[in-house]
Write a protein of this length. Structure first.
Length: 202
């Protein structure tokens, strides 16, 4: 009879272990304090961002909040720019894992859109996406993989809704973005080098 009790007890312990029971001391703490990153092609304000735990709009410094390990998705109205793992600095290049430099066609098309939608058409002082532009982009979808961005249906629709906007050309976009990547930056103490964002030298 005693052996049966021992067998039942042993079986109960195994079941509790399999279910994570028994008051184990495993640390399941999840970080709840958000980190702050910045989206740059020049700092871009007015972008909508979304993570599994939070959402908002990038501020005048291009900043967004995320928890470590979260993927952040950026958009303008209905236009999805792409997603990347949250970090101190995200750029259009970060949104396309296969891209290695500023001349990648898809990256260039994203940069062209952002520069074109800058509220004062002067990316040297940052890129600001206005609320009116976001409204115009609601319900719009743009395919950044197309060879001719100007002919994309969504882009045609957006430009028609924003008659004062002119699509920035490829060469201008690539020159600007290359300068952004090459410049020593203050964004999270990071700078561009060897194909990745790295901590700036002290």
């Amino acid at each position: 009879m005693g052996s049966k009790k021992h067998l039942v007890l042993a079986a109960s312990v195994l079941i509790l272990s399999a279910c994570g029971g028994g008051g184990g001391s495993e640390d399941s703490t999840v970080p709840t304090t958000p980190s702050t990153g910045v989206f740059v092609d020049s700092a871009v304000s007015g972008l909508h961002y979304q993570t599994p735990t939070r959402s908002g709009t990038t501020n005048s410094a291009g900043e967004y909040d995320y928890l470590p390990g979260e993927v952040v998705t950026f958009s303008i109205g209905g236009i999805q720019l792409g997603s990347a793992l949250g970090g101190p600095v995200i750029s259009p290049l970060s949104l396309l894992p296969s891209a290695t430099d500023a001349t990648h066609p898809t990256v260039t098309n994203i940069v062209r859109l952002l520069m074109s939608l800058d509220d004062d058409s002067n990316p040297s002082n940052g890129i600001a996406i206005s609320a009116a532009t976001v409204t115009a982009a609601t319900g719009v979808s743009v395919d950044f993989t197309v060879a001719d961005l100007a002919a994309d249906t969504g882009m045609v629709s957006l430009l028609a809704a924003l008659p004062t906007v002119t699509l920035v050309d490829t060469a201008t976009a690539q020159t600007h973005f290359s300068t952004t990547l090459a410049a020593q930056s203050q964004w999270g103490g990071m700078s561009w080098g060897s194909g990745t964002w790295q901590a700036s030298a002290p």
